[in-house]
Design a protein around this ligand. Structure first.
Ligand SMILES: [Zn+2]
Length: 220
């Protein structure tokens, strides 16, 4: 939250610059926070993408071309301002009371992918780190969907001490929607394993939010 405030103040006090190429820009609502050249190059749909297979998902854009390059760059050099620019359209598609659950990697904290948690912060919704990895998995690049499902099955556990039910006891209030958050959604096997673990604890997941969705013909 402090980082977001600092970035907002910086934007107000200094000349605006493009979060990608860092060139100075004049603000133009049609192109969001990017300069014209980067806006045309990244070509994000204004309100993101959404679909229902293999479950409900929302994405900032297709994991392809310039967005793919930016996601890979962000994994190596996390940049909250660029991330916020990429997730601008994504936030508009989410219910206001959505609760975000980042999908954790299995590597040690210092080497793990920082993006799921950073995307949650960027979307500025309630975030609950409900999940942890219970065992390592192998790299999935060359695996088909069935192999990925087997690779991920049982690889998550619910963090001890976390609430095991979404229901609000004693009230008729609608339980908040849980959304899983990852940077890339390919076959959906990782998120499915995470969902299964939460389901076993009576927590129902509404869908998955990601930065990039692998184009559907290439999801294996
Ligand atoms: Zn630019």
């Amino acid at each position: 939250m402090l980082i977001l405030l600092k970035d907002c103040l910086k934007d107000l006090l200094t000349t605006a610059c493009c979060p990608n190429c860092k060139r100075e820009i004049e603000r133009c609502p049609q192109q969001g926070p990017f300069c014209r050249a980067c806006w045309q190059h990244v070509a994000l749909p204004a309100r993101g993408l959404q679909g229902i297979h293999p479950y409900r998902w929302r994405a900032a854009g297709w994991y392809d071309g310039e967005l793919r390059k930016l996601i890979l760059k962000l994994r190596r050099h996390p940049d909250p301002r660029l991330l916020r620019a990429l997730t601008e359209g994504l936030g508009a598609t989410l219910p206001n009371d959505a609760v975000l659950v980042p999908i954790p990697g299995w590597k040690t904290e210092s080497r793990s992918n920082p993006l799921p948690l950073m995307i949650c912060r960027s979307l500025q919704r309630t975030t609950r780190a409900l999940l942890k990895r219970s065992r390592p998995t192998v790299g999935q690049h060359h695996l088909n969907r069935q192999q990925r499902m087997a690779n991920q099955q049982g690889s998550f556990a619910v963090e001890p001490g976390m609430p095991v039910s979404q229901a609000c006891p004693g009230t008729r209030e609608r339980a908040p929607e849980l959304w899983l958050v990852d940077d890339i959604l390919t076959s959906g096997a990782t998120a499915q394993a995470a969902m299964n673990t939460l389901n076993e604890c009576k927590m129902i997941v509404s869908g998955v939010i990601c930065l990039g969705r692998t184009p559907l013909g290439r999801t294996r």
